[in-house]
Structure formats: C-alpha cells, structure tokens
Design a protein around this ligand. Structure first.
Ligand code: LMR
Length: 394
C-alpha cells in the first residue's frame, strides 16, 4: 500500500528550519519561520506562562477529558480578548483547536459543510498554508491583489477591483492584523470600504488573527476584527495563541463563529463540536488552560501584557534600525516601508533569485518570496542584513 504514495510538496517556510540548521556558518542569520526571538536568539517562555504553569501543576487535580469544544472558560476569555464586548456572547459559537492552523482547518471544513459552492478568496500573497489546506480539502479558491511591489504597501485599488468580483455567498479571508507575509495592513477607513463592498456583494468574512499584540497593541490590533465582527450577520474568526503567548508547541487556538442569533449559534456550536470529534476528538487543553489562567488573573495578565509590549516595541526598534541603516547606505528612502510595516514580518519585495543570493553569499535565510522575520534580527545583525541587501543590489 505505502508504495502507492506520492511525495508531497514540502512547506517552504518549514523547509528553511532544516536548511538553516545544516548551515555551518557562524554568521548565519535566521529570518525564516515566524517565531519570536530575543536579542540573544532565544525564544523564551514568557514569565506569566511559567507562573501559570506552576499554578496548574500545583492545583490541577485531573487530566480527564474536558468537552469537545474545550474549556468554556478558555472560549470566554479568548472571545473577550479578540472581540471585547463587540458582539453579545450568545451569538458566538467557539471551539478550542490545535493552534491557529487547527482553527483555519476547521473553519474551511465548516465552510465546506455550510456553503459547498462558495469560493474562498485569499490575498495575494498570503500565508502559504491557506491555499495549501484549501487545495487539500478540494475547495474552490481565488486571489485578490494585496501588495504593491512599488510602494511595498497595500495595493488598495487592486484589492477593491478584485473583490468586486466576489459572488454572493463567497468567503473572503482577511488577516486581522500584522499581515503575513507582507507586514502591510489596511487602514481602518480602507477596512470600512472593504466591509461595505463585501456587504453589497453578499460575501462573508473569515478573519485569521495570529499576531494580536505584535503590531500596535492588543486592542489596536483587534480593531479591524471587531469592525468586521460588527459588520456582518455571520463571521468566522481563527485566533492563535502561539505567538502572543509564546506557546507555539502547545498548539493553542480557537475558532469562533458569529451567528445572527442564539439559535443559529447553538446550531453552529453543535457543528463545530462535531468537526472537532471527527478530526481529533478533544482539543489540546494545557496551553488553553495556561492562557485562561493568565487572562483571568489581573496580576498575571498585567505581567503578560508588559512582556508582550516589550516584545512588540523591540520589533519596532529593529524595524526602525533597519530602515535607518538602509537609508544611510543607499542615501534614499526606498526602504522606509520597513518602519511602516507592522507585526513579525516584512516582505522585502525582491525575487527568489535575490533571496537565494542572500542565503548563498551571506548566510541570510528568508522565505523565497522575500518574507523576513523581523524578530529574527538583533542590533548586531541589522547592519549585516542592510549591507547584504545593498551588496546584492536589491
Ligand atoms: C509562519 O508563518 O512562519 C508561522 O505561522 C509558522 C508556520 O506554521 O508557518
């Protein structure tokens, strides 16, 4: 049987992890996978997470199953973190999922069950796993323009032109904040225009929010998601705790489905529970419980927010340092966009050949679409990267 299998495409982001590990050069710089690193290159366990884990270890008296939707307290805490009080709780169905990816997968499956004919519209570019999962599920997808390779900002005219082609019932996947891979984000006014256009067309939104707190702050980063939540009868939201709680390997995420009213939410909840049961039964609990402990304890929450803010501000400093250094070296403002982008990533906007040249000549690893993980930099590597960009003639 196994001989009938075909080799599957490797994920271009994850392939970089192995390639970087095997590179013997001491000066190599890893700007690949989206994992936060401090100035010494470590991905620390956040203080509040350590403390919450200590409490759990001392207090948890059972590891028996929870429910198919996970711990209800986790759903409540995450709904509050992402949506504030924008939507009444009884309109929202929610399940814990294995990370943000698990939530995306469940959302696509829910769409397939509820609207098998719908096309799912993805920004071009987007996180490569969005189209990969859609293809795996044999679902229809289309692209809307997103990135202006001249300004390295959002191609808003292109986006609106492409989204004017959506059909009633189609789903538009929007990044809640910190667009991955570009780092370029819609303004609130632009998002309002997108919402109005989608409503005119009868399309529905699916929001992927994986970097809340990495852009302009926890509430600022949730603003677009809250606008979208308030702007439609039905909204799907996949949220990840991997990055903002630094619990990547615990696989902690949530899928929310906003319904028109309580009865519809109950039906959605029953379907989400069913999907969890079919795919993996009960969602992972440890990370979810850590998150709930932190969000519900004022002191732990304040400490978590402080550390998250330090992380966010550290990335903004790196962005500015890199843009300033490139300004100095090129005597131009061509790279100022790096300081305007938000979140963990920026798309440099160069060719795969140039990306390969940076790797071969300078040991700098970024995704072949030229996505850089800004958190992979530090004060020492910023000048190395800037010089390499200039030397390569980008
Ligand atoms: C990324 O985009 O690098 C992260 O979301 C990690 C992943 O799973 O791809």
């Amino acid at each position: 049987m196994l001989q009938n299998l075909k080799a599957q495409p490797t994920d271009k982001i994850l392939a970089l992890i192995a390639a970087y590990r095997e590179d013997p050069r001491e000066t190599k710089v890893d700007l690949g996978v989206g994992v936060y690193k401090d100035s010494s290159g470590n991905t620390p366990v956040m203080r509040a997470v350590k403390e919450a884990e200590k409490r759990l270890q001392a207090e948890q008296s059972t590891k028996a199953y929870v429910g198919l939707a996970g711990d209800p307290a986790f759903s409540d805490a995450m709904i509050n973190l992402v949506l504030g009080d924008t939507i009444p709780r009884d309109r929202i169905a929610a399940v814990a999922t294995p990370g943000g990816t698990g939530a995306i997968r469940q959302a696509f499956e829910l769409i397939k069950m509820a609207a098998p004919e719908a096309t799912v519209w993805l920004s071009n570019p987007t996180w490569p796993n969005h189209p990969a999962i859609l293809k795996y599920l044999d679902m229809k997808s289309a692209e809307y323009r997103y990135f202006d390779s001249e300004t390295r900002g959002v191609d808003f005219d292109g986006l609106m032109a492409d989204l004017s082609g959506v059909q009633a019932g189609d789903i538009v996947l929007l990044h809640g904040c910190c667009h991955n891979p570009t780092g370029a984000n819609l303004t609130a006014d632009q998002m309002a225009e997108v919402i109005a256009l989608m409503n005119t067309k009868g399309a529905l939104p699916f929001v992927d929010i994986a970097y809340q707190g990495f852009g302009d702050g926890l509430d600022a980063d949730a603003q677009a998601t809250r606008m979208i939540a308030a702007g439609f009868d039905n909204v799907l939201i996949a949220a990840s705790c991997s990055k903002n709680f630094g619990i990547y390997r615990e696989r902690t995420g949530i899928l929310m489905a906003i319904a028109r009213h309580e009865d519809e939410a109950t039906l959605a909840q029953q379907n989400l529970n069913f999907l969890n049961r079919q795919n993996y039964s009960f969602p992972p609990d440890h990370g979810a419980r850590v998150v709930t402990t932190i969000l519900n304890d004022p002191a732990l929450r304040a400490d978590w927010e402080d550390e998250l803010n330090e992380t966010r501000e550290g990335m903004l400093v790196l962005r500015k340092q890199l843009a300033d250094e490139l300004r100095r070296l090129t005597n131009s403002d061509r790279f100022d966009f790096l300081a305007h982008h938000r979140g963990m990533f920026s798309l440099l906007g160069t060719t795969p050949e140039m990306v390969e040249k940076l790797r071969a000549d300078h040991g700098i690893y970024m995704v072949n679409d030229s996505r850089m993980n800004i958190a992979g930099l530090n004060a020492n590597t910023v000048p190395i990267l800037a010089k390499a960009i200039v030397d390569a003639g980008i």
